[in-house]
Design a protein around this ligand. Sequence first.
Ligand SMILES: [Fe+2]
Ligand SMILES: [Fe+2]
Length: 158
Amino acid sequence: MERINRIWHHKEYQKCLVSIGEWERERKFCRHSAEHFLDVARLAYVLALENGLDIEKELIYGAALLHDIGRHLQYEQGISHEEAGAHIAERILKDCGFTGEESGEILAAIKGHRTKQGGLDLPGILYRADKLSRNCFCCPAEAECNWAAEKKNLSIRY
Ligand SMILES: [Fe+2]
Ligand SMILES: [Fe+2]
């Protein structure tokens, strides 16, 4: 997990986390914090193990830690955070020792994380883990949240 820890300690990564936290300080709906990134990483890894998928752990954690890293640019400039995040992630992945091929797989998963993905592959488990990570069953803002009822996690599954 050496490269994952390099991502975590990357200057630009930490800068983005701080900026997202500042933008979301008063947000009552789901935030995009380090806890969310790690919840998604661990859930995606569980999904990979449960389904016997042959996807490298560092690819799963890399995609999860970086999937919302452009969120502050969505608040600042109104651009989609999956596109903004992919640009940031590309630089960070390169600095942290991921090959062009590995980076391409992670970036595709990041770009697709808001579009329904049903496959048993990296985009598929990232999409599902992102949705599963939200604890709607104990969220005080659940009634006001605009997620469709069938998307909400109203019971514990993972
Ligand atoms: Fe997102
Ligand atoms: Fe997310």
